[in-house]
Design a binder for this molecule. Structure first.
Ligand code: ADP
Length: 230
């Protein structure tokens, strides 16, 4: 046990150092790529050349996202995931996130059901991160497209959000592990297996709960709750 804990601690330390060191070069590369793209546009480069530069920018954005997940892991592990809470109505927020995710997908139709009174005292950016994670997973793991439902409801003293897809689902024996660090139920998803761990940490830091129902080959529904504001 002692050795396993030491290995875990070293792993956390490595993630923390590596991700902090990568922060500046990735931010710089992102800035330069955007500048290059801007200059190429005003110089009237051909569509093919622009497409190449756009691809570079997109890949750097993806790298920055993955890096941000690693940085979040260090924050959570060291208890530095500070919440900046405010009075927040979940209705416009879920609408906003759904619109943004819908714009980035062609094969999926997002259907949103909302309600009034979902007022919480929460960190807007962090709740947005959870919503984005669940929606992008629903899309990523339903590769043949289809409908994704997001429902916002109020029950008792909690607001509840659910996101359902009709995708690949998660095998029963793997379901207990999906909220763990670096766990990936399927190969080739393209992620690090950190999103749900981070989402769970965020939800629990707010005093909420997160769970799932899933059937392999049929789809998954992820739920989370947040306590309503007093
Ligand atoms: P990743 O970045 O790999 O998507 P997550 O922590 O968000 O990491 O998810 C962990 C794993 O859980 C994923 O790799 C995938 O195997 C599984 N998973 C998450 N959401 C879904 C979903 N909606 N449908 C099927 N599998 C999912």
């Amino acid at each position: 046990m002692t050795e396993l804990k030491e290995v875990d601690r070293l792993k956390d330390e490595f993630i923390s150092i590596a991700s902090h060191e990568m922060k500046s070069p990735v931010a710089a590369a992102k800035g330069f790529a955007q500048l290059l793209l801007k200059r190429m546009r005003s110089a009237g480069e051909t569509a093919n050349e622009l497409e190449l530069a756009e691809r570079v920018t997109r890949q750097i954005d993806r790298m920055a996202e993955l890096l941000e997940e690693l940085l979040d892991i260090s924050r959570i592990q060291s208890g530095r995931l500070a919440l900046e809470r405010e009075d927040l109505d979940l209705r416009p927020l879920v609408q906003e996130v759904a619109d943004r995710v819908q714009m980035a997908t062609e094969g999926h139709k997002l259907r949103l059901t909302t309600c009034d009174g979902a007022k919480v005292y929460a960190d807007r950016i962090r709740v947005e991160q959870v919503l984005t994670n669940l929606l992008t997973n629903a899309i990523r793991y339903s590769p043949t497209g289809g409908q994704v439902d997001m429902i916002l409801a109020v029950a008792g003293c909690e607001a509840q959000v659910s996101v359902s897809d009709r995708g690949i689902g998660i095998p029963h024996d793997k379901q207990p592990y999906v909220f763990e660090r670096f766990f990936r139920a399927a190969e080739g998803g393209g992620g690090l297996g950190l999103g749900l761990y981070i989402s769970r940490s965020i939800v629990e830091a707010h005093g909420g709960r997160i769970w799932l129902h899933s059937q392999e080959g049929k789809g998954s529904t992820f739920y989370f709750t947040l306590p309503l504001a007093e």
